[in-house]
Design a protein around this ligand. Structure first.
Ligand code: NBP
Length: 477
């Protein structure tokens, strides 16, 4: 028993995570249901560090020093339960099972509870950064007990990404499902970011008349400013890529139907349950869904559109600057909504999540890494109970500066018939929060009229009902 950590499940993610631990000087026990994958790893990468090859579950467990630290990196869902069932009986109190897959946080809560009875620490852990991140440093979002983090934290800090200031991109997010919850919202924000970037691209193309290669240059320029981020950087790469077979822009030969694996959808489903308005993330999920309805789109191609002419060349550059403002303002709103959901989940489940720490560990390694996250962290560090990112003075001022352009972009999009559900949802959210009065008062009146659902008054405490079918006098409810 010489291995400080073990990894079972050696597909792309598990294999790279195991190599990352080994490259950082840890002895790593490796195991996979199909042993061939494990042997292939040791053969190909054994020289990178110290691996212990384990053919069976028993050998794997026996190879680990105590308390055992066992990372599961298998397909989320039933495979995760199957692996837990296989290993849990072989473990002892104090041992740790770290699930690095994309589990639903409710599954993580269930597993944590069951294993806690056995004295085993179950550490549901979000891992972001894809294959490359797993190997060279992911952003890591572990949940589970404080005690488990004392043992695991230093190892995770070693293999994690480092932010520009050198800080490791890992923190103990909170108990049981907190880590997987935060990973879920991370992915929801990722969906929203990608949708907003997609809308910016389409506006630059269809309204301003730029070609993909020119748009790539615009994104490259944006990436040197406040939008500096991994997603903007790779957008420029994808847009400048030319298809070898046809010589056309790559983006023009790819089928325009977006797929998804489910974490964005979960973010919206849970937000609905928690009553958190994540309208931008929801629009991003719906936009992917709409794109995939090929028959519906085909049947709708001849629907009438506007007749407005695109912009002339002279106006294009100014319009591109406006799109940058709209994109930035909408991005602030997406993150505002995402952090609201994290705060609501934290309240609901008693996780006590530090939002500043979450934004700090998203600064490196993960898909939504961005210079911008440093400023979100600063906002939460200045005031941990910030009701919303929009109530931070800096962000509020930036949106104030951007809003005229933001509105102009949406006017142009509407006039030209370019769908911009992300930009529009973000602006509607902003305007709704700003509003002195909302038509919710009318909604309450309607509900009271047809269903005697009662309403509250602006001038007195209590609940009231109007006798609509009678003399319309008001009674206390
Ligand atoms: P996959 O999600 O493709 O899973 C393949 C692994 O699961 C193989 O090791 C396979 O073993 C094992 N497995 C399966 Br399937 N059923 C099993 C069972 N019943 N018992 C034991 N093992 C079983 O691998 P991945 O793409 O490396 O992702 C691993 C996890 O990391 C997933 O939960 C994923 O959502 C998450 N994740 C992925 C990314 C990414 O960018 N790909 C990023 C972040 C998180 P076998 O070799 O014997 O078939």
């Amino acid at each position: 028993s010489s291995a400080q950590i073990g990894v079972t499940g050696l597909a792309v993610m598990g294999r790279n995570l195991a190599r990352n631990f080994a490259r950082n000087g840890y002895t790593v026990a490796v195991h996979n249901r199909t042993a061939a994958r494990m042997h292939a790893l040791v053969e190909e990468f054994g020289h990178e560090g110290s691996f212990v090859a384990a053919e069976t579950a028993k050998e794997f467990v026996a190879a680990l020093e105590r308390p055992r630290r066992l990372v599961i990196m298998v397909k989320a869902g039933e495979p995760t339960d199957a692996v837990i069932e296989e290993f849990a009986p072989l473990l002892e109190p104090g041992d740790m099972i770290i699930d690095g897959g994309n589990a639903h946080f409710a599954d993580t809560r269930r597993r944590e509870r069951a294993l806690r009875e056995q004295g085993i620490h179950f550490v549901g852990t979000g891992v972001s950064g894809g294959e490359e991140g797993a190997l060279n440093g992911p952003s890591i979002m572990p949940g589970g007990s404080k005690e488990s983090y004392e043992s695991l934290g230093p190892m995770l800090e070693k293999i994690s990404a480092k932010a520009a200031d050198g800080a490791p991109c890992v923190t103990h997010v909170g108990p049981d499902g907190a880590g997987h919850f935060v990973k879920m919202v991370h992915n929801g924000i990722e969906y929203a970011d990608m949708q907003l970037i997609g809308e910016a691209y389409q506006l630059l193309r269809d309204v301003a008349g730029y070609e993909p290669a020119q748009i790539a240059d615009i994104f490259r320029t944006w990436n040197t400013g406040r939008l500096d981020s991994y997603l903007i950087e790779i957008t420029a790469e994808v847009l400048s890529h030319v298809d070898a077979a046809t010589g056309k822009p790559f983006v023009d030969v790819v089928v325009d139907q977006a797929e998804q694996k489910g974490t964005g959808r979960w973010t919206v489903q849970i937000a609905l349950d928690l009553g958190v308005p994540v309208s931008g993330i929801a629009e991003a999920v719906f936009a992917r869904s709409l794109s995939g309805h090929a028959a519906l789109r085909e049947a709708s191609r001849r629907l009438a559109g506007p007749t407005a002419a695109p912009l002339g060349e002279a106006e294009a550059a100014a319009f591109a600057d406006r799109v940058e403002q709209a994109l930035y303002a909408s991005k602030i709103v997406s993150y505002t909504q995402g952090f609201h959901e994290v705060a609501a989940g934290s309240d609901e489940y008693g996780w006590d999540i530090d939002l500043g720490a979450v934004s700090a560990i998203w600064r490196g390694g993960c898909i939504i890494r961005a210079a911008f996250l440093d400023r979100i962290r600063a906002a939460y560090d200045a005031r941990a109970d910030l009701p919303s990112l929009l109530s931070d003075e800096t962000f509020a001022r930036e949106i104030a500066d951007a809003q005229d352009d933001w509105r102009e972009v949406l006017i142009a999009a509407t006039r030209q018939g370019v769908p911009t559900p992300g930009f529009a949802a973000a602006l509607a959210y902003y305007d709704a929060l700003r509003a002195e009065r909302l038509p919710a008062a009318l909604t309450q009146g309607q509900r009271d009229y047809f269903g005697a659902h009662t309403y509250r008054r602006t001038d007195r405490d209590g609940s009231f009902h109007t006798l609509w079918g009678d003399d319309r006098s008001e009674v206390s409810a």
